[in-house]
Design a protein around this ligand. Sequence first.
Ligand code: NAD
Length: 366
Amino acid sequence: MSKKYKIAILPGDGIGPEVMRQAYKIINVLKKKFFLNIQYKNYLVGYSAIKKYKTVMPKETLYGCEKSNAILFGSVGDPRYNFFNKNISLEKESLLFIRKKFNLFCNIRPAKLYSKLNYLSPLKNSISINGIDILCIRELIGGIYFGNSKFIYDKNKIKKKAFDTEIYSKKEIYRISRIAFKIANKRKKKLTSIDKSNVLKSSILWREVVNEVSKEFPNVKLNHLYVDNAVMQIIKNPSIFDVILCSNIFGDIISDECAAIIGSIGLLPSASINEKKFGLYEPSGGSAPDIKNLNIANPIAQILSLSMMLKYTMKLDNISKKIDNTVKEVLELGYITKDLSNDVNKEYVSTDEMGDIIAQTLIKNI
Ligand code: NAD
């Protein structure tokens, strides 16, 4: 009997359900053609959960996630919610809550420019032609976003000062560094750690710990870059990067920069995992309310998020690679969704069609 995998599926809001329907097509191929014993169940989250549960993060959903090996997430966010709840962040109550609850300290975001889609990159052709394939590893539940922060008021109760604290323990830096080195070891064996150790004490500790961990991975070539230099080099010479390791705040900025130079958010998956390799897998983009229900959203980020689940939680590297290669093949054959089209490449397929094409090509590639 093959190993059983339980997935909690949370399509969420906006384009979430449409792109998730394409991921189901791939899951069905995995079940029927690859004979994977995958059991999945759907749960509501975000604005779509409010009608039934009056909350964006229902207990039932949380319980379903707890019983599973991994979460496949769509996206959350709806302008109707923002209108009525200006002070409560829907993402904070649902997505960030899940990240914290399951201790998902390691965020992994690949940014890959497919050669056929070079035209999407805002970079000069002479730069993008060298290829972009960067994996950004970001510490996700520590640092300045979770350190002590405060407003300080004057005697008239007017805000006078404010502070946030960048704080990292050695333990936190060790665990994220180890994962980054392990992943780099399986790729081009090149790791760039980002910090600001010319100014920040927390960055000095970061660099010391990363150097210490590097001794366990002599095959991986480590270099350090100050964050200000890193953001420039990523634009001027992205092909020199393989795996990038960052703190929470630097990773927030750099992973978005990497996404921007690829050109479409609809292609970019992400994974957030904990020490037990339980993970939340989701597209890097949001709920895209502007294109909801138009059948034009790009489902590739969702499908590649499923592929990351196979790689990082299920340890099924070969099948994950098959999905990644299939997506590459489909794009190379010229199939694109609307977000990937331009004046020259005008013809595009719908969300549903792209899901079908990828599923059929995957079956052909078994
Ligand atoms: P967004 O990523 O939803 O959209 C930005 C632009 O990218 C839009 O033009 C959208 O149409 C396009 N886009 C995004 N995904 C696409 C896809 N798969 N295919 C084609 N085009 C795509 O960001 P936003 O507009 O700033 O936010 C919209 C809502 O999503 C907000 O409520 C925000 O809070 C939420 N959000 C959620 C997440 C998440 O769930 N992880 C992340 C970011 C934003």
